[in-house]
Ligand binder design. Structure first.
Ligand SMILES: [Zn+2]
Ligand SMILES: [Zn+2]
Ligand SMILES: [Zn+2]
Ligand SMILES: [Zn+2]
Length: 790
């Protein structure tokens, strides 16, 4: 009975709006308190009704009922006797640790293998803390819960209050340190022994790897740090030593990957950074040079910088990402930070030395301290104002008592569109795309824009961000990832019921499969260009409408087992036979040897190698005997001419990293003189050679591929595939098993009936390509073709 990751994320976000501390909560249950009447006679437990009331008061809003119920159940039915601890820990730790940095496994498994450690201090001298009791009382009960009506169950109050206070981010570092101590004290003896210390170092290394730090350099440093924490040098770490170390000398919580989430407005989000030039600490104003060189903690959101040792003295003066009041007249003001680098004053044009002026986090303006006093408060958000959704346009939806505007049910925050010529950008990033590129650009966009505009798709599905932006008609979306990510986002948008206000989508291509990005002029892959430049291109982009195709595959013999169909919608292309087979083998290789596919370049090389060395010549030779194809209701003859080994349906003029299978209209004439192969479409005698491919003509191009050799010629750009048809509907019947692929995702399908029909057109942004303007006739089609569609 645990919360799902989505429920947990939601709960954490709700908790971030609550400022109630553990003390407040317990006050409510005092005899004079408003919630006292819900307590049991012994004052320890709550029933479901009391729990709901408590949640209402604590969060100041109604939680969704599924979340309330699940949370109640998770306390009413702690996980089974043998796994309580690890399951509980995994829940608690998901509160602290970001995606990859799982601590649970290491710390918990050792409990099962433990040998009792030799203690230098008698165990009885230690007074168990509230948190410790929490763990014991609730999660270490050896009774097996019975699943009965949860309305009759009671849950203990204190652990619940404790849990909430840790969630809320208002808990003090000392509470967190104590809590983490007990998490790592896996054998529960009140000390961290060498094994447990090792698991802590292991976790810190995990965090370090996640941050892409030099771990070879880091490991001895961490070992020394842990040795330093052991103040009395007895080889084990007591709670006192742990807290003393964590509060005064070592940023344990940061190193353990805790304190990195947006928990509370005004809190910095620390990341360890290596600086190439001398950088100054915003807290003590000294240069950064400590263990490991010019290194320090820098806030992802505002670049406030601090020594590791100074971080606890740092003020919580980070930016606010939303407005605590639903006040539409609120003006955006500068967010001044003491400037730890030199520059020129915007007002008096004289130079500003280090710590002689202030810089605004939003508009990047630098002013002398004195010039700040004499200047206006209002911030225009600087050069990226076009893209930024100001915090003044975001507020908690439960503050909107009039329930006006486009408030999605269950949404925590609500937005109002900014005035003027602006298009706030919603950035959706797949962190798994393109190695760790996604992680990096996620942090950079958080700094360049309002962090509330930037979503990590590894944590939140696209719907979360789309819902927040639903109220902003003039927004744009930036999808960062490969073709698969774009498909995911476009499908999520299909469910949003935008009507005529569907926002256009730009693409920042990450990873290998970027055919859609390439044909929309966003390039074939991200090469670390400055994001500001990319944002400028988005500002200048124009809208085109992209056709999308519904694909329905029905197996004709129910007994045959095939792979699941990867997508129901084609945005790019669909193919059967030889090229799909190469894609399929590539897919298998990638699954088998993931380490060989860890960079985009290697992906490309492998792909190239596979396609050139593959000898599939005979396997699909008799394609014409095994496949029937109908385009707009008429049979296409694929049996004449050289045998075909593959068929492809093209929606966009880019496939396999830029190949144009349809080819251009003019070149084809000389290379292809075989118009007799093509059956006329729709009674028209138009020559297929003159047809132009267009992504918004509600027509799909059907081509045949002869063999691997021809495919490599297509890749090299010396020829196109054999044109078969350009039409509005396609029906294909296969009489044997074939490899197929939809938008680069390969699968094997047994004999089946495949129907492809036009689904819709969606607005996409087209980038301004560089000097060499590519000629895609997105908008124009030859008028002679207009009688062919449908
Ligand atoms: Zn900050
Ligand atoms: Zn400092
Ligand atoms: Zn400003
Ligand atoms: Zn000045």
């Amino acid at each position: 009975m645990l919360l799902s990751p989505e429920q947990f994320a939601k709960l954490t976000e709700y908790a971030s709006y609550s400022s109630h501390k553990l003390q407040d909560m317990l006050q409510w249950f005092q005899p004079s308190g408003m919630l006292h009447k819900y307590l049991s006679e012994d004052g320890d437990t709550l029933d479901y009704d009391g729990f709901r009331q408590f949640m209402n008061v604590y969060f100041g809003a109604d939680l969704p009922s599924d979340l309330t119920q699940q949370l109640f159940l998770s306390f009413a039915f702690p996980p089974g006797a043998n796994q309580h601890r690890s399951s509980f820990l995994s829940v608690v730790q998901s509160a602290f640790v970001n995606d990859e940095g799982s601590v649970g496994g290491v710390a918990c498994s050792s409990k099962l293998l433990e040998t009792p450690p030799i203690l230098s201090t008698p165990k009885t001298e230690r007074r168990p803390s509230l948190i410790e009791k929490t763990l014991k009382n609730v999660f270490f009960q050896d009774t097996e819960p019975k699943v009965d009506d949860f309305g009759l169950r009671r849950i203990p109050l204190k652990p619940l209050a404790c849990y909430l206070s840790l969630l809320s981010g208002s808990s003090l570092p000392i509470d967190k340190l104590e809590f983490v101590f007990h998490v790592y004290d896996s054998d529960d003896n009140g000390y961290l022994d060498s094994k447990e210390i090792e698991s802590i170092i292991e976790q810190m290394m995990n965090v370090a790897r996640y941050q892409q730090w030099d771990t070879i350099e880091l490991e001895p440093i961490l070992k020394k740090m842990m040795a330093d924490i052991d103040y009395d040098n007895n080889g084990i770490i007591s709670l006192e030593e742990w807290i003393r170390g964590g509060l005064t000398t070592i940023p344990l919580l940061v190193l353990l990957g805790i304190d990195t989430e947006i928990k509370q407005e005004g809190c910095h989000i620390w990341k360890i950074r290596h600086f190439s030039k001398l950088t100054y600490c915003n807290v003590c104003r000294q240069g950064l040079s400590s263990w490991g060189g010019k290194q320090g903690l820098s806030c992802v959101l505002c670049k406030y910088t601090s020594h590791e040792r100074c971080v606890l003295q740092a003020k919580n003066n980070c930016i606010h990402t939303y407005s605590p009041q639903a006040n539409k007249e609120a003006k955006m003001t500068h967010h001044w930070l003491d400037s730890n680098n030199a520059g020129k004053c915007f007002k008096c044009k004289l130079s500003v030395g280090i710590f002689e002026g202030k810089r605004c986090r939003w508009c990047n303006l630098l002013l002398h301290d004195a010039c700040v006093q004499a200047s206006i408060d209002e911030c225009d958000l600087g050069v990226l104002a076009y893209h930024i959704l100001p915090p003044t346009n975001i507020f908690p939806s439960f503050l909107n008592t009039k329930k006006e505007g486009n408030n999605e049910v269950g949404a925590l925050l609500q937005t109002t569109p900014p005035l003027g010529n602006k298009r706030p950008l919603l950035v959706l990033i797949n962190p798994k795309s393109g190695g760790r590129q996604g992680e990096k650009i996620y942090r950079k966009f958080q700094y360049l824009l309002n962090p509330r505009q930037v979503y990590n798709l590894g944590k939140h599905p696209p719907e979360i961000g789309l819902r927040l932006f639903k109220g902003i008609k003039n927004c744009s979306i930036l999808a960062c990832g490969g073709d698969g990510t774009i498909n995911w986002i476009l499908e999520s948008m299909d469910k949003m019921n935008y009507g005529n206000d569907r926002p256009p989508v730009a693409i920042l291509p990450l990873g290998t499969g970027n055919d859609l990005a390439r044909c929309l002029h966003w390039g074939g892959g991200y090469e670390s260009e400055p994001l500001v430049k990319i944002l400028n291109n988005i500002e200048k982009a124009t809208i085109v409408y992209l056709d999308r195709w519904q694909i329905h595959i029905e197996q004709t013999k129910k007994s045959d087992k095939g792979d699941p169909q990867p997508y129901n919608i084609i945005n790019n292309y669909f193919s059967i036979g030889v090229d799909a087979s190469i894609a399929h083998r590539f897919h298998v290789m990638r699954e088998k040897y993931p380490e060989k596919f860890n960079s985009r370049m290697r992906n490309k090389l492998w792909y190239l190698e596979l396609s050139t060395t593959e000898t599939l010549r005979s396997e699909y030779k008799n394609l014409h005997e095994q496949i029937d194809i109908l385009c707009d209701g008429e049979t296409v003859d694929i049996s004449s001419g050289p045998n075909l080994e593959g068929l492809a349906l093209l929606n966009i003029p880019s496939m396999y990293g830029g190949s144009n299978m349809w080819g251009s209209a003019r070149k084809e004439r000389s290379l292809w003189g075989k118009s007799s192969f093509f059956s006329p479409i729709g009674g028209s005698s138009n020559n297929l050679h003159s047809r132009v491919q267009d992504i918004s003509d509600k027509l799909v191009e059907v081509v045949g591929v002869e063999n691997v050799m021809q495919m490599s010629q297509i890749k090299a750009g010396v020829r196109g595939a054999r044109r078969l048809s350009q039409c509005g509907t396609v029906v294909i019947q296969t009489h044997r098993s074939y490899p197929m692929q939809i938008d680069g995702e390969a699968f094997v399908s047994p004999p089946s009936l495949i129907q492809i029909t036009h689904k819709n057109q969606v607005p996409m942004l087209v980038g301004k390509s560089g000097k060499r303007e590519l000629k895609f006739n997105f908008f124009k089609r030859k008028s002679v073709d207009s009688n062919c569609s449908h």
